[in-house]
Design a protein around this ligand. Sequence first.
Ligand code: IPE
Ligand code: IPE
Ligand code: MG
Length: 235
Amino acid sequence: MENKIPTHVAIIMDGNGRWARARGMPRTYGHAEGARRVADVTGAAGELGIKYVTVYAFSTENWSRAEEEVGALMKLFRSYLKTCTKDADENDMRIRVIGDRTRLDPDIQDAISRVEEHTRSYSRVTLTLAINYGGRDELTRAVKKLARDVRSGSLECDEVTPETIGSYLDAPDIPDPDLLIRTCGEQRISNFLLWQLAYTELYFTDVAWPDFGAAELREAVEAYGNRDRRFGGVK
Ligand code: IPE
Ligand code: IPE
Ligand code: MG
């Protein structure tokens, strides 16, 4: 039987602010609650046999939010990066980060390196955090590296293929997502994984991220299982 469990699920964790506002609380309360869902959902993903989970935690556009909100999000990354190793140890979970980390505070960059190093050999499930990530930014950085290699002579311009381009992206060894989930009603990509989503199945739910748990993930995976996937061919 065909395996209907997606290998890689990417998630746009949206709606923390609206979820908090509906409870008369500040947006940052929603972010704190949302951060807790990451471990729940990744744990549930591991149990379902999903190998890769990639979550959109902070976009290159999110810097334009109020300083206080950006500061609260950075604080959450700090505390998440401190506590996630325990979860990783217990669940054989590798943690990686995509995005331009050079714009993050040095202590966050150090914490990322430590967590990536500590979990390098774990293989049951890989959780990739997209922090200061933008699909256009990732492609721009890839093109710059590629252009430098052409200039230095280590790459032939005429030999550039889609695979070559893919190899310059932030996590070239991770397969493209099979399923993209976006929570809280909006139906757009918001600059997430532009290259990698070429043939990904899209799933939108009205549930806000802080309310998204194992049951909602199972529902999304079930919907994915009922899709008739095509990659431009005929069946
Ligand atoms: C998603 O929730 C989390 C981040 C973008 C960091 P939002 O903060 O976008 O919440 P809404 O969409 O305003 O409700
Ligand atoms: C996308 O959500 C980014 C993250 C979830 C980190 P946004 O809330 O920032 O996206 P828009 O503004 O609705 O497109
Ligand atoms: Mg949003």
